[in-house]
Design a protein around this ligand. Sequence first.
Ligand SMILES: CC(=O)[C@@H](O)[C@H](O)COP(=O)(O)O
Ligand SMILES: NCC(=O)COP(=O)(O)O
Length: 243
Amino acid sequence: MTRPLLLSVNVDHVATLRNARGGAFPDPVDAARAAIGAGADGITVHLREDRRHIRDRDVERIRAEIPAPLNFEMAATEEMVGIATRLRPPACCLVPEKRQELTTEGGLDVLRAGPALAEAVRRLAGAGIRVSLFVEADPAQIEAAARIGAACVELHTGPYAEAPPEARGPHLARLRAGAEAAIAAGLQCHAGHGLAYDSVGAIAAIPQVSEVSIGHFLIGQSLFEGLPAAVRRMKALIAAART
Ligand SMILES: CC(=O)[C@@H](O)[C@H](O)COP(=O)(O)O
Ligand SMILES: NCC(=O)COP(=O)(O)O
């Protein structure tokens, strides 16, 4: 049976643009509203430790004002676990974070993470939050995610999406195997990072993947066609690949 594939729109980079001028415009909460109005199934934000784009108040407002599931991306730190257990989003995705990186550079090393990661998963799950771990499509990492109590993994699609189309085959094969490993381990399987119109179809065609989160491309593309149109086009590409 083919699972439905949900699209969660990441609005981080609306906040990047807002913060460039220090005011309130453009508002990531308005962008979230527009994305949901255009058919997105949920909203993703990554509250980075340095607050370079999304800020605490944005997350609070999205929780209060947007009637759609929030996927809250965060590092597995004491501060972030505290925020998540206070706001109780339906879903959290734990990601590795480096202060100097421009964006997330790889998946969590769950195998070598030590007890702090497992403890963060335990506390978040105990607050009723579905916990996902952002990992490479490596069966050993995926099985380790299941062992420490995650409900879900998000497979890192960056290397696939950033490769030239003719070089994507091996990346895609790894992602397909990773999706099979996730389901075999009893996990839900999501995918994300760097996806765009030209790369989403092959991911949407992996039947085990039940959600994709897409941000940077959609927010950039909205300059040319508007956010609602970009979300509708992405949803149409996903639907076409899924049938
Ligand atoms: C986990 C992931 O791939 C993305 O959500 C990424 O963390 C986005 O972070 P930036 O929006 O800061 O690039
Ligand atoms: N989890 C991936 C995400 O939220 C969006 O990543 P990107 O499309 O901004 O690269």
